[in-house]
Design a binder for this molecule. Structure first.
Ligand code: UT7
Length: 313
């Protein structure tokens, strides 16, 4: 028995914040942001909560599938609407499901791959046959809009995948890990800390950058080895969309040509846990990824956490 991604969906708020808009907010320039990150614009919530965006992405992923039949809902997010109920429980109620197991996963930008791993494991081991996995973020709420080193990077959005157990293998394998000793390099303190409000993203970008490239490459090579594939077997690399320079360095080291690398961070910036499912949805809808193709998903984020997954779509 296998688990496959049956359908995908995504939602991005329609409010666009361009690099030129940021020029009037902090001391920066479109040229600096473009050359250092590859980002041109990002989407910012106009009031949509994380669970609103997650719900919209979920509805689009489900299409004609009845939400009542879902047995499992996992949401990856670092920006839940509330500490409890979980975002997954909110989505459950909004889409009209009762009784499914529903919970959130916290692994920052690697959140979606962690959530997919958890859902895949539960489906294989517990006889669960229909699940929804979502990555959703409202990062604009935890961005310090006066800090030019971080506010240029992040955006809001959500992506979702609908999974079913199947005879053929769709999700072929994972490589996941974490190293908490790097925690301070990329962090948002919260209520359990000794810090007072407000809680904003803090990042030592330069140090994160170096570890991100090395770790993503190592993780990608490990997962390919686990599933018995080589980089040339990959139809499309879908990396976490944090920085175009990171994406280029990772793909070059893996020996994967730029035309086989999916990039949308020029339009959305870094949407953390939403980044990979949004990219996967766009890759499928645009025809860059076709049924039968092999995609390699690779992410890295706060924790530090990392994760890779090979899927046959
Ligand atoms: O989501 C997963 C985790 N996150 C990441 O993977 C992000 C990883 N890091 C990065 O993407 C990059 O490190 C950044 C884009 C955040 C920064 O790029 P960088 O090339 O590492 O720049 P830097 O931090 O070394 O800063 C270079 C210079 C500094 O000025 P000085 O000290 O050389 O005079 C900064 O103050 O650029 C300055 N700077 C800016 N200038 C204009 C920093 N931010 C800005 C800005 N506009 N927005």
């Amino acid at each position: 028995m296998g688990v496959r991604i049956v359908s995908t969906g995504s939602y991005l708020p329609d409010r666009v914040l361009t690099n030129f808009d940021l020029e009037s907010m902090v001391e920066t320039s479109d040229q600096w942001i473009t050359t250092r990150t590859g980002i041109k614009e990002r989407r910012i919530s106009k009031g949509e909560t994380t669970s609103d965006m997650a719900t919209e992405a979920a509805v689009r992923a489900l299409g004609d599938v009845s939400p009542e039949n879902l047995e499992l809902i996992v949401v990856a997010t670092a920006t839940p609407d509330s500490f409890f109920p979980s975002t997954a429980c909110k989505v459950q109620s909004k889409i009209g499901n009762r009784g499914a197991v529903a919970f959130d996963v916290s692994a920052a930008c690697t959140g979606f791959i962690y959530a997919l791993y958890v859902a895949d494991s539960i489906m294989r081991s517990k006889g669960v046959s229909r699940a929804l996995v979502i990555g959703a973020e409202r990062l604009s709420k935890i961005v310090d809009w006066s800090d030019r080193t971080t506010c240029i990077l992040f955006g809001d959005g959500a992506g979702a995948v609908y999974l079913e157990t199947s005879e053929d293998e769709g999700i072929l394998g994972f490589d996941l890990g974490a190293d908490g000793s790097y925690g301070e390099l990329l962090a948002v303190p919260s209520v359990g800390s000794n810090e007072e409000f407000p809680y904003y993203i803090r990042m030592k970008g330069n140090e994160v950058f170096k570890v991100a490239v090395r770790t993503m490459v190592e993780s990608a090579l490990r997962v390919l080895e686990k599933v018995g594939m080589k980089p040339e077997d990959v139809s499309l690399l879908i990396p976490h969309q944090a920085n175009l320079r990171i994406i280029k360095a990772v793909s070059e080291r893996l020996g994967i040509n730029q035309e086989k690398v999916f990039v949308n961070l020029d339009r959305y910036g870094n949407t953390s846990a939403a980044s990979i499912p949004v990219a996967l949805d766009e890759a499928l809808r645009s025809g860059k990824l076709k049924r039968g193709d092999v995609a390699l998903l690779v992410a890295f984020g706060g924790g530090f956490t990392w994760g890779s997954c090979v899927i046959k779509v």
